[in-house]
Design a binder for this molecule. Structure first.
Ligand SMILES: [Zn+2]
Ligand SMILES: [Zn+2]
Length: 82
């Protein structure tokens, strides 16, 4: 698996840190530490790190779980009502 290694030459040993979400960026969406400093340095605010993505995903999972619990309780009370 070298999906998480940078595709650029001389970056082969660098691990991918995250994704660049800049619309105008012509570079690879995936970036490593070297890319961030070289090719995405002007818009590093648009670069999202994997850890941040994980956090967002965890948060949305939490919301989803809460929603599921509410849904279950709702169906339970509805059944009891019937
Ligand atoms: Zn790179
Ligand atoms: Zn970029």
């Amino acid at each position: 698996m070298d999906i998480f290694k940078c595709k650029y030459l001389k970056h082969e040993k660098e691990e991918i840190m995250g994704f660049c979400l800049n619309q105008k960026c012509q570079n690879e969406t995936q970036y490593c530490y070297k890319c961030l400093n070289a090719t995405h340095s002007e818009h590093f605010n648009d670069c999202v790190r994997f850890t941040e993505i994980m956090e967002i995903m965890n948060e949305s999972m939490l919301v989803y779980n809460q929603f599921e619990i509410q849904l279950k309780e709702l169906s339970k009370t509805t059944k009891e009502f019937i």
